[in-house]
Ligand binder design. Structure first.
Ligand SMILES: Cc1cc2nc3c(=O)[nH]c(=O)nc-3n(C[C@H](O)[C@H](O)[C@H](O)COP(=O)(O)O)c2cc1C
Length: 149
């Protein structure tokens, strides 16, 4: 299956830490099994997610994610063929609002974080990668025993 990148943003409903933990726990387990990698940005106002994996896998996953009642106004920004993964080391790299990331957000978006102003998926992926590099990593749950396909 062609290696594909899918990028979307959405508006979270009122969520607590337990909701984010649940989303991440499911993502770590499911994405590992499906050879999906990526990053999830959340700042209380926006979700932005980059997903990397097989085309059909991502299409199925996006249909499932977009029906999730924990967010609304899901906007698909990009589906593109890619040659390599940017987030190859993460089942789902979580990017929460850490102070160290504020400077990065200012650099890309001087008016404040607003995914609507980002024109394409490659740019959004670069922004999420810069944010991931600036912030501390949230420890992932140990992967299940099944090896990657
Ligand atoms: C913003 C957001 C991002 C999500 N990202 C993923 C993801 O990367 N992988 C995943 O399997 N589920 C993700 N989910 C959760 C799915 O919508 C769904 O709840 C989950 O896949 C069901 O998992 P289960 O079949 O193990 O219960 C996300 C949900 C939200 C709201």
């Amino acid at each position: 299956m062609p290696l594909t990148r899918l990028v979307y943003y959405s508006r979270p409903v009122a969520l607590g830490d337990a909701d984010i933990d649940d989303i991440l726990t499911r993502s770590y387990a499911n994405n590992y099994l499906k050879n999906v990698t990526g990053a999830l940005f959340f700042n209380g106002e926006w979700f932005v997610q980059v997903l990397e994996g097989g085309r059909q896998t991502l299409s199925d996953l996006f249909v499932r994610i977009s029906a999730d009642p924990r967010h609304r106004a899901v906007c698909l920004l990009d589906v593109s063929a890619i040659t390599e993964r940017v987030f190859a080391d993460w089942d789902m790299r979580y990017i929460g609002g850490q102070p160290a990331q504020e400077a990065v957000i200012k650099r890309f978006m001087p008016q404040g974080f607003d995914p609507v102003t980002v024109t394409d998926g490659a740019t959004m992926t670069r922004i999420l990668k810069a944010l991931a590099d600036a912030g501390a990593e949230r420890p992932e749950a140990p992967p299940p025993a099944t090896p990657r396909a």
